[in-house]
Design a protein around this ligand. Structure first.
Ligand code: ACO
Length: 308
């Protein structure tokens, strides 16, 4: 069956770097605590969700040898839109000169994988060139006096260009899940700040990543042993390690970028994916497992054979 493959990718992060030492000047915390409990060393802070998305999108388009006018669909994953109306995707559409439709997807930290799966589906019904972006400015909904959240978040964006192909597409299997009964574990009301029950999210997150990954792999006819690279949502290095260990995926087969970026919600998986591509950890034919979880709660996994 024809499908779609990634032909371009790019990222954007604000220039300003905030280290753990910087945070410990204003919060009752320390580099040692943050490093040990989360794996985070520093994060980039600043910009706007649309601005970062446009910059990441420009890089991805350039890499694919395309311009915005070639793109017939833009799907933007974000949980920190510039405004309630219009959708941030509209601002990004204008900024990049995208020729086709544009819409936002909000599935919190699972958003990029949701958006990617939706984009593959759109390719099956005729979309030819699709830009998929995950962009966030969590810093704007963070109470910087609340150490339980402030130490975790970062801003950034990652984008991929997906092009329809006559041959087999990249997506071998996927799984999307949600449980709104858990919606109070992580939330931000209109005009408010991010609140999370870290312990409970931690517990559910490990389970969700494992179960969702296994379902997506099974649908692809694969097992964790077949995975060349696991690209998980970067919320806490301990969550990544716990999930990878229980899936039987050794350290050299998963990506950790949280030390540099913190938790960037729907930008975290594309940031990690692009990092892996830029360091040659993904090659044509590589089996890549993406898996995320987040507010909702939601979770999402996708199994790709790179290059189709
Ligand atoms: N600095 C120093 N001490 C701290 C800090 C801090 N920033 N935060 C908490 N502590 C203290 C606590 O008060 C507690 O002290 P006590 O033992 O005297 O009571 C102790 O450290 C342990 O606190 P815990 O909350 O038990 O620490 P834990 O190991 O659970 O780590 C964390 C907390 C990092 C938040 C972890 O639970 C986590 O990462 N959870 C998942 C978060 C997540 O994935 N969020 C989802 C996505 S976020 C998003 O979508 C935007």
């Amino acid at each position: 069956m024809p499908g779609a493959i990634v032909t371009g990718w790019g990222i954007a992060v604000p220039d300003k770097v905030v280290t753990n030492e910087d945070l410990s000047l204003t919060l009752d915390t320390s580099d040692a605590w943050i490093t040990e409990r989360t794996g985070i060393k520093e994060r980039h802070i600043g910009g706007t969700t649309s601005g970062l998305a446009i910059e990441a999108g420009e890089h991805a388009l350039k890499r694919a040898g395309l311009t915005g006018s070639d793109i017939d669909l833009l799907v933007l994953a974000t949980t920190t839109p510039d405004a309630i109306v219009p959708g941030t995707s509209a601002t990004v559409q204008a900024g990049l000169g995208v020729a086709g439709g544009a819409f936002d997807v909000n599935a919190a930290c699972s958003g990029f994988v949701y958006a990617l799966v939706v984009a593959h589906g759109m390719a099956l019904v005729g979309a030819q060139k699709i830009l998929v972006v995950g962009s966030e400015t969590l810093s704007r909904i963070t109470d910087w006096d609340d150490r339980s959240v402030a130490i975790l978040v970062g801003d950034g964006a990652g984008a991929v260009v997906l092009e329809a192909t006559e041959g087999p597409g990249e997506l071998l299997g996927w799984h999307l899940g949600a449980d709104g009964e858990l919606r109070d574990l992580l939330k931000c009301d209109h005009g408010g700040h991010l609140y999370m029950n870290g312990k409970e999210i931690f517990r559910h997150a490990v389970r969700a990543v494992i179960d969702s990954s296994l379902i997506a792999l099974e649908r692809a006819g694969l097992t964790p042993d077949d995975v060349d690279l696991f690209v998980p949502h970067q919320a806490n290095a301990r969550i990544i390690t716990a999930a990878a260990q229980r899936l039987g995926i050794a350290e050299d087969r998963y990506v950790v970028t949280i030390d540099r970026y913190g938790n960037t919600s729907s930008a975290s998986i594309p940031l990690a994916l692009v990092d892996a591509l830029e360091t040659d950890r993904i090659k044509p034919g590589s089996i890549v497992l993406l898996s995320g979880f987040g507010g909702g709660m939601t979770w999402a996994s996708a199994v790709l054979r790179w290059g189709g």
